[in-house]
Ligand binder design. Structure first.
Ligand SMILES: *[C@@H]1O[C@H](CO)[C@@H](O)[C@H](O)[C@H]1NC(C)=O
Ligand SMILES: *[C@@H]1O[C@H](CO)[C@@H](O)[C@H](O)[C@H]1NC(C)=O
Ligand SMILES: *[C@@H]1O[C@H](CO)[C@@H](O)[C@H](O)[C@H]1NC(C)=O
Ligand SMILES: *[C@@H]1O[C@H](CO)[C@@H](O)[C@H](O)[C@H]1NC(C)=O
Ligand SMILES: *[C@@H]1O[C@H](CO)[C@@H](O)[C@H](O)[C@H]1NC(C)=O
Ligand SMILES: *[C@@H]1O[C@H](CO)[C@@H](O)[C@H](O)[C@H]1NC(C)=O
Ligand SMILES: *[C@@H]1O[C@H](CO)[C@@H](O)[C@H](O)[C@H]1NC(C)=O
Ligand SMILES: *[C@@H]1O[C@H](CO)[C@@H](O)[C@H](O)[C@H]1NC(C)=O
Ligand SMILES: *[C@@H]1O[C@H](CO)[C@@H](O)[C@H](O)[C@H]1NC(C)=O
Ligand SMILES: *[C@@H]1O[C@H](CO)[C@@H](O)[C@H](O)[C@H]1NC(C)=O
Ligand SMILES: *[C@@H]1O[C@H](CO)[C@@H](O)[C@H](O)[C@H]1NC(C)=O
Ligand SMILES: *[C@@H]1O[C@H](CO)[C@@H](O)[C@H](O)[C@H]1NC(C)=O
Length: 657
């Protein structure tokens, strides 16, 4: 079971991933507008270009690189997530763009696609005060002397997964106030000289490759309001000097040693300005620490993955400033207090996968600002009379997996902003009601109804009603009727282990983003539509096993092909294995077992560099099996081959064994 929390949920392949918890950074709260402090130069000579938060896209024009007296250049956030378009720096490159802009004091290229290293020439930009390059696809080694620029106050490199670098020895005269290196490939130890950065207010080193111990000199940085050390590879103890950081408003720690709960208490009880506290994966193995009741400014509290025991304490219901509360993946038991409805500012609440929580659902409906509710594994009681009500919160993420639900929760009727809904592993029987097919049709992206007892769609429609759905999981139900046509946005379509019948509608071939198609173990039949090969540029996994498909296996026409797994076993497919498979260079698994394929041994598959599993059992393969040594590529990665119930003539050459 993958855990997930304290953050946004991202759809990465099959999983609603996991401690990307682990991918949020202090900036969620610490990035208040006041921290964006434009420089304050002499207005006589100021040259400023600010095109931020617009909808420009494509290449940054070369002309910008000629504005050699520019002091302020802000091209940030010209991105449109819905279309994926954004500004790019290719020609001119980042290096060429800035080469002549030697007077820059402020450079912000957040979300501008650079795909290049940070140019070393920037180390000569001695006037630079503000440098922000988040989410810019930076790569290569960051020139560490940039940290030493005499006037640099603000440096943000976060969310550049491929940007490598290390922290240098810092000098006492440094002006650095804000330093964000979260979600990068930075590594190495944090030098003790970090304690010399007397002006430092925020440092976020989360989700990067830093290692070694956390320097106790951090405790000297008494102006620090934000400290992020989540999910890097630090080891050892938490330095006790951190208890002196009484101005801290944002603190995130994970995976560090603690000498028991008492140490945590003495470390944190004095930090009463904390607005955000993240203690992730620290194996606390205690009750929820009661000193937290004294941290009355808390807005964001994450105590996930800590083996916490006991009940949810009543005092927590007095933390009325809380906007985010995550207690996922612990061993908490007992009731969720009704008084949870007092936490009226909650926007995200998640208690998933604990030891045995139970509670009524109605208090959550009083939390008007709630957008995310995670209660997987909580034994929930739904009062009879919950109908729709305009005053209910508008959720965008709802996780009610394994909650003992017996029917679709009625309050969903009024929900028209949902993006993610999980109702899997419950006891929902009968039809998927008509009204459910009408919720959030313009917003829903992920829907999990797997492992229930669903029998059909009340209104047998051809097209699924959700126009932007990317992931649908209906596995392990008792669904009858035909296979619904997915919208073109669909990426992961899983309906295996049902009783769907009829043939695959050809319109499925319009789902050109499809990565995973699993319709195995149904009663589907007919021929596999030829056009399915058109999906082979996006498909990674194709599982049609255990149906009644007949006719020949369609050939592929595409050159580019991502397919890693093809499972066509237990059907009635005939003819030969299409020779076009020879171009499926990513293929790892090919299972055509238990069909009626009539072919010779496909020695030509031996050139596929990655194929590990080849199952041809129970078909009509005939002729001799070639010597492996004579086959081109000779199946270099093969681990499992099953040829049984075929090949009535000839011997199996011994090198196969
Ligand atoms: C550029 O404009 C944006 C939006 O108005 C503003 O938030 C930002 O502070 C400006 N940048 C500078 C350097 O003034
Ligand atoms: C940079 O400035 C120099 C001298 O001012 C000029 O010759 C050169 O063309 C400029 N380069 C770019 C890329 O604008
Ligand atoms: C920085 O400036 C010095 C002196 O002007 C020059 O020699 C050096 O090449 C410059 N460095 C880069 C990386 O351009
Ligand atoms: C912290 O500051 C004190 C006094 O300024 C100094 O003596 C000490 O060495 C510093 N500690 C570290 C670890 O830098
Ligand atoms: C906290 O600061 C005080 C005064 O600067 C110092 O005496 C004390 O040792 C510090 N405590 C820790 C735990 O570093
Ligand atoms: C909360 O703070 C008060 C006053 O500082 C203190 O007496 C009390 O013990 C604290 N409570 C907890 C649970 O730490
Ligand atoms: C919650 O706050 C109220 C009012 O301040 C107080 O009377 C009550 O004792 C608190 N409850 C808990 C469980 O701390
Ligand atoms: C809707 O909720 C409000 C506030 O909770 C309540 O007063 C009202 O009676 C509810 N209306 C219905 C139709 O349930
Ligand atoms: C479907 O939902 C829309 C808006 O959410 C509503 O106007 C319409 O009446 C609903 N249709 C049915 C059949 O429930
Ligand atoms: C084919 O799919 C079924 C499950 O649908 C699986 O049990 C079987 O192992 C798959 N074949 C291979 C070779 O993975
Ligand atoms: C494999 O791809 C090559 C290059 O696109 C193409 O010429 C060839 O016909 C393909 N082979 C088969 C068997 O489809
Ligand atoms: C397999 O194909 C060959 C010719 O391609 C044919 O002679 C033979 O009868 C076929 N075998 C079966 C079992 O269909």
């Amino acid at each position: 079971m993958v855990s997930w929390q304290c953050h946004k949920y991202s759809l990465i392949f099959l999983l609603i991933l996991a401690c990307s918890a682990r991918v949020f950074s202090l900036q969620t709260l610490a990035h208040s507008p006041s921290s964006v402090r434009p420089s304050c130069p002499d207005h006589e000579t100021l040259r400023s270009l600010n095109l931020s938060y617009s909808i420009f896209s494509g290449q940054v024009p070369l002309e910008v690189s000629k504005l050699s007296r520019l002091s302020v250049l802000d091209l940030s956030h010209n991105d449109d997530p819905s279309t994926g378009s954004r500004l790019r720096l290719k020609d001119p490159s980042l290096e060429r763009l800035v080469r002549n802009l030697t007077h820059l004091t402020y450079l912000n290229l957040d979300s501008v696609g650079t795909s290049s290293p940070v140019p070393t020439i920037l180390t000569n930009f001695t006037a630079l005060e503000y440098l922000s390059l988040t989410q810019s696809n930076l790569c290569g080694q960051f020139p560490s002397s940039i940290f030493g620029l005499p006037h640099l106050e603000y440096l943000d490199l976060s969310r550049n997964f491929a940007l490598e670098g290390f922290l240098p020895e810092f000098q006492p005269k440094s002006c650095l106030r804000k330093l964000y290196v979260a979600t990068t490939a930075f590594s190495g130890e944090v030098p003790s000289s970090v304690g010399r950065l007397a002006h430092l207010e925020t440092i976020d080193l989360s989700d990067s490759g830093f290692s070694g111990s956390i320097p106790s000199s951090l405790g000297n940085l008494t102006k620090l309001t934000g400290l992020g050390l989540i999910d890097s590879s630090f080891s050892g103890d938490i330095p006790f000097s951190l208890a002196n950081l009484t101005q801290l408003e944002h603190l995130g720690l994970s995976d560090l040693n603690l000498d028991g709960p008492q140490q945590l208490h003495s470390l944190l009880f004095n930090l009463n300005k904390l607005k955000m506290l993240v203690l992730l994966g620290m194996n606390l193995a205690t009750e929820i620490p009661s000193f937290i009741s004294n941290l009355t400014a808390l807005e964001f509290l994450c105590l996930s993955e800590n083996q916490l025991i006991g009940q949810i304490p009543p005092w927590l219901m007095n933390q009325t400033r809380l906007k985010h509360l995550y207690l996922d993946e612990n061993h908490l038991t007992g009731p969720i207090p009704q008084e949870i409805s007092q936490l009226v500012n909650l926007e995200e609440l998640s208690f998933t996968n604990n030891g045995g929580l139970h509670g009524n659902f109605d208090p959550f409906l009083k939390l008007q600002f709630l957008t995310l509710l995670g209660l997987d594994g909580v034994n929930l009681a739904f009062p009879e009379d919950i109908a729709t009500n305009k005053s209910y919160p508008k959720l965008n993420s709802l996780f009610l997996r394994s909650c003992n639900l017996a029917e679709f929760p009625q309050f969903l009727r009024g929900q028209d902003e949902l993006e993610t809904v999980s109702l899997g592993h419950n006891q929902i029987h009968g039809q998927i009601p008509q009204w459910f097919l009408n919720i959030s049709t313009e917003s829903l992206q992920t829907l999990d109804l797997s492992q229930n007892f669903l029998t059909a769609f009340e209104d047998p429609m051809k097209m699924l009603p959700w126009n932007y759905l990317r992931m649908l999981d209906l596995r392990g139900n008792q669904l009858q009727g035909s296979l619904p046509i997915p919208p073109t946005s669909m990426q992961i379509y899983q309906v295996s282990n049902n009783r769907l019948a009829g043939s695959i509608p050809w319109q499925i071939c319009h789902a050109s983003a499809l990565k995973y198609l699993d319709i195995s173990n149904n009663d589907l039949g007919g021929q596999i539509p030829d056009c399915i090969s058109e999906l082979s540029h996006s498909l990674v996994m194709l599982n049609l096993r255990g149906n009644n498909f007949h006719g020949i296996i369609p050939r592929s026409y595409r050159k580019s092909c991502q397919l890693k797994m093809i499972n066509l076993s237990q059907n009635q497919l005939e003819g030969r294995i299409p020779r076009s498979l020879v171009n499926y260079s990513m293929l790892v698994v090919l299972d055509i077992g238990q069909n009626r394929v009539n072919d010779t041994f496909p020695s030509w598959l031996g050139s596929l560099p990655n194929i590990q599993i080849l199952v041809l059992r129970h078909n009509n393969f005939h002729g001799r099996i070639m010597d492996r040594s004579k086959i081109s590529g000779h199946f270099q990665s093969l681990q499992i081959i099953d040829l049984s119930h075929n090949f009535h003539s000839g011997d199996l050459p011994s090198e196969w064994l």
